[in-house]
Design a protein around this ligand. Structure first.
Ligand code: NAD
Length: 949
């Protein structure tokens, strides 16, 4: 605990240990984690090296290590099963300690696993009923001021009861969780047993409370007096939640138990909310949490006539405060319960028992080695919580310090404090920050999205005219945009431009070139920022249009609008930087300036799959650099293209500078081929990209420049899952990477390269997860997967599914009924490098799984493709992670996370090989492609005299 670096290594090692199959692998990982670590005390260091140097040594040290950790695990885990744990539980009872069993297990990634958890809970209750039946009665443990308390108590996690649990969809989540919880509750009422709902990540807090209250309001459970819920003091909202609970309990008429804890997800909540740019819901210091704990303690005690107060803490001060507050309120001593964790803070446990108070131990039950890994994961998530234990037992501070009121400063105790301090530094006002995605755990956000969907629904089917449409298009027919989830529903119509319109459109645009290129760069940047403001104002509406026009589920649509805003803000800032002449060299007598100048007319040709973000990025880059733009959105998402021009017009873009030309490939060809075009910015398929590159390189008679073609093309992206991967994360990460937006992302995962040792388990869990995904209309909040963009796309995917059936082994094929262009996810295994499924971009939810016998082969397979766009790795081997960093040849590599969702500025995006040519979008070099660089050098020495510069 004293050595942070070593502690993290050790915890991480324990986390990976259960997944290691043989002794040599344990020895290898031991070497990887500790071999080079200077942090390891040297005798241990040398010992580890010596024993792992030989095969015999490896076996001995691996065995010894497993045994030691198993031994350690028995301190914190009461048994591998309820039956195993029975003697430990009985012993506790004899010592005057009650229990609440917590069933350890892996994360629930599928409905089958959720069923399993439900069954395990029920089974645990039944067994506990048998195990505890013969125990002697205890007036201390089985009675409080409100009456009888069952000796059986189980803590449950709602996230384990439903694989699709998501605050974006409270109704669907309620239905699914309640269906699995009811049989458990029925049993708990019969036995009787207490059932406490654990509180998990902050994002699930409101949902958890809602489900708990709603279920316990149902007629069948309204009278059940032993339901409980945990509340976390580190959340700033908890006081109002507690009041809300109290109001509800008053109406319900029967008590519930409230377990007040500090909270176990402080680090992860803090990090996640910060990463997403959301207001952090937790107190940013431990003292803040401790102070809140005391305030909540008093509040809970105030409501002790209807809420059974339980204090879950290992903090001496918090315990003492609860005791004093209860006494001050005149509560009888058996009104309050104290809870601690099995195996932790023994002296405090003993003290509470000795005082004659009711103590209940939160008691993990599960397989020892994996169980230890889960516990360690909790500890890792929660370094903040450990600090008190550390002070008390490791550093042995005097009582006066330990009992200090929480407002007193605690310099340098917590990593947490450092984390906060690092972020608290002032940031320059003009620094780019990503537009936060919407937090759909907030009711306001859900309501706003639902309202926008209704609003847009009312406007479907109309004819569209963009203020920036090119002036001529008279001959073109109407492009009809339909909802891919319900193709009979017309989203809107817009007049197509034809190849014949191109010359005039180009001329009209170029007529504005002089004015626009002469507009100061800062003014052009300001325009982008105003457009960003406009998009923010219309954020939900724009997302709603995407939902209807392209079948994007809520979060995907929302993220696309956020990314569009990011491009505007980011490129605006980049232009302010590049717009200033840059002085080169410092030598006297010469003045060297690098300046950038716009090129002229830019054609932007965009795809439909990020229907706002991608065109916004290309169009805004071309505009802010002073060019005029001919913009052809995809014929499969023309309305979003039109909306972009509308936003830019509202922001004040002069007419003529940007010409909107809706239409298809022929129009695109005419735009690329026009001799007055200087730059083509294209994002789309490899086939079209290569054609454009070829066409663009031809110089027409009289054309005085070589066209610059920026082409962002497809991918055949792989995720490697090695034999040390955390399958809880790998399954979820691969699933979301290959099914997110139905696999229609250039960054999507389409190959999973899995170590043969873990392949079958991985496939089993993945297949079950595939069968659990919520697939349906994009406008439903709970939908994780919507339809394909159109019939053509669906037919292509179906063709590949047939090819896959010939080439590989079908692992799972999810069939989806419905009138829309739906295709369920499909997974094939045993795909070989030469197979079409391993080589061709499918652009749909089809995953080719390839097996690798070791990591080097996995990297070789991953790199064996024409593409180099994104790639991913799930691994807990430091050596493999380092190898991937060096050798996995892709434009964007993601380690231990999904491979889609690159953020502007933070993860500039783009590939090489046949995935693209050009600088990364959302990166600092992107804009220079739209300009020519000129260097002007002036000799400032005239007649022997040079002015000061
Ligand atoms: P696509 O190539 O079919 O179409 C892209 C655009 O090119 C459309 O506007 C289309 O009308 C136009 N077009 C088609 N033929 C043309 C021609 N001969 N001349 C000029 N223009 C022509 O691609 P798509 O289906 O719209 O998008 C999916 C593809 O885009 C996938 O391959 C995906 O990987 C790729 N993509 C790449 C990135 C990236 O950043 N690398 C991002 C998104 C999509």
């Amino acid at each position: 605990m004293k050595d942070d670096a070593f502690k993290v290594q050790l915890f991480r090692f324990i986390d990976v240990l259960p997944s290691l199959r043989d002794d040599s692998q344990v020895a290898r990982l031991m070497e990887e984690y500790f071999g080079e670590s200077a942090a390891v005390a040297s005798p241990l260091h040398w010992g580890l090296r010596a024993v792992s140097a030989t095969r015999l040594g490896a076996r001995l040290s691996a065995k010894a290590l497993r045994r030691q950790i198993q031994q350690l695990a028995t301190t914190f885990i009461a048994g591998a099963s309820v039956v195993d744990a029975a003697p430990a539980l009985a012993r506790l009872w004899k010592e005057g300690r009650a229990f609440s069993v917590d069933l350890l297990g892996e994360a629930t990634v599928s409905e089958r696993e959720a069923d399993l958890y439900r069954d395990r809970c029920a089974e645990a209750l039944r067994l506990l009923g048998e195990v505890t039946a013969g125990w002697p009665p205890s007036s201390l443990l089985e009675r409080d001021h409100l009456g009888f308390i069952p000796r059986i108590n189980l803590s449950i996690k709602l996230s384990a009861l439903y694989s699709q649990l998501d605050a974006i969809d409270p109704e669907g989540s309620y239905r699914a969780v309640a269906a699995r919880l009811r049989p458990i509750l029925d049993l708990a009422m019969r036995l009787p047993a207490g059932l406490t709902v654990d509180m998990e990540q902050a994002e699930l807090k409101d949902l958890t409370l809602m489900i708990f209250m709603r279920l316990l309001s149902e007629d069948a459970y309204c009278a059940y007096p032993h339901g409980g819920i945990a509340l976390q003091a580190y959340l700033k909202d908890t006081a109002s939640d507690l009041r809300r609970l109290a109001d509800w309990v008053r109406q319900r008429g029967n008590p519930i138990t409230v377990r007040l804890v500090k909270g176990a997800y402080w680090d992860s909540d803090m990090i996640r909310y910060r990463q997403r740019g959301w207001p952090v819901p937790v107190f940013d210091s431990k003292t803040g949490t401790d102070a809140n704990y005391e305030a909540l303690t008093r509040l809970l005690i105030e409501h002790a006539s209807i809420l059974r107060p339980v204090f879950g803490t290992h903090n001496l001060r918090s315990l003492a405060h609860a005791e004093a507050a209860a006494r001050a309120a005149g509560l009888p001593t058996h009104a309050c319960e104290y809870q601690m964790i099995f195996g932790m803070a023994e002296p405090l446990q003993a003290a509470v028992v000795q005082l004659g108070r009711r103590l209940r131990l939160y008691t993990p039950v599960g397989e020892l080695l994996p169980g230890m890994a889960y516990l360690v994961r909790r500890l890792l998530e929660n370094t903040a919580n450990e600090s008190f234990l550390r002070k008390e037992y490791v550093e042995s501070r005097p009582l006066s310090v330990l009992l200090e009121p929480p407002r007193a400063a605690e310099p340098g105790v917590m990593r947490a404090d450092r984390l906060v301090a690092a972020h608290a530094e002032p940031v320059p006002a003009d620094r780019f920050r990503n537009e936060p995605h919407t937090d759909f755990a907030q009711r306001d956000a859900r309501d706003a999205m639902a309202r926008a969907i209704e609003l847009v629904k009312g406007r479907l089917g109309q004819d569209w005219i963009s203020p920036l449409s090119c002036a001529v298009q008279t001959a073109g027919s109407m492009l009809v945009s339909v909802d891919p989830g319900l193709p009979t529903r017309i989203v809107g119509r817009i007049r197509e431009a034809t190849p014949e319109d191109v010359p005039l459109a180009v001329r009209q645009a170029l007529d504005h070139f002089q004015d626009w290129s002469g507009t100061p760069p800062d003014a052009r940047a300001d325009l982008l920022c105003r457009a960003a403001t406009g998009m923010r104002r219309r954020r939900y509406e724009l997302a709603a249009w995407e939902i209807f026009e392209t079948g994007k589920p809520w979060r995907e649509a929302d993220a696309d609008v956020a990314e569009a805003i990011d491009f505007l803000e980011f490129y605006a800032r980049q232009m302010r930087r590049l717009g200033r002449p840059q002085r080169l060299g410092e030598e006297p007598g010469e003045l060297n300036h690098l300046v950038y100048a716009p090129r002229g007319a830019v054609t932007v040709i965009s795809p439909w799959n990020f229907p706002l973000a991608i065109p916004t990025g290309m169009v805004s880059a071309a505009l802010v650099t002073g060019n005029v733009v001919l913009f052809k959105p995809s014929e499969r998402a023309p309305l979003l293209g039109a909306l972009l021009t509308e936003v830019l017009a509202e922001a004040g873009l002069p007419r003529g500078v940007l010409q909107l030309l809706p239409g298809g490939p022929k129009l695109g060809e005419a735009l690329v081929g026009h001799p007055d075009i200087q730059v083509v910015a294209f994002t789309g398929s490899q086939r079209v990209g290569l054609e454009i590159l070829a066409q663009g390189s031809r110089v027409a008679p009289g054309q005085r420049w070589i066209k610059r073609v920026i082409a962002e093309m497809g991918g055949k992206n792989a995720i490697i899952v090695d034999d040390t991967a955390d399958l809880d994360e790998a399954v979820v990460g691969v699933l979301s990477s290959f099914t997110g937006y139905q696999g229609q992302k250039c960054s999507a995962c389409s190959r999973a390269i899995v170590h043969e040792a873990v392949q079958e388990l991985f496939l089993k869990r993945l297949a079950e997860a595939v069968m659990s995904l919520t697939i349906g209309p994009a406008e439903e909040p709970g939908t994780r997967m919507g339809p394909m963009i159109d019939d053509r796309a669906r037919a292509k995917v179906r063709d590949y599914i047939e090819i896959g059936k010939r080439e590989g082994r079908l692992v799972v094929e999810r069939r989806v009924e419905g009138t829309g262009y739906f295709v369920g996810p499909v997974v094939f295994a045993d795909i070989q490098a030469a197979h079409r499924l391993a080589r061709e971009e499918i652009f749909g939810p089809v995953l080719a799984v390839m097996s690798a016998k070791d990591f080097d082969e996995a990297i070789r397979l991953a790199n064996d493709t024409d593409y180099a766009l994104t790639g991913g790795l799930y691994s807990r081997s430091p050596v493999n992670i380092a190898k991937a960093r060096e050798r996995f040849d892709v434009g964007n590599l993601y380690i231990n996370r999904p491979i889609t969702g690159a953020l502007v500025g933070r993860q500039p995006f783009g590939g090489h090989r046949l995935s693209g040519v050009g600088a990364k979008a959302g990166g600092s070099e992107y804009l220079t492609q739209f300009m020519t660089a000129r260097v002007v050098s002036e000799n400032t020495l005239r007649r022997g005299f040079a002015p000061e510069e």
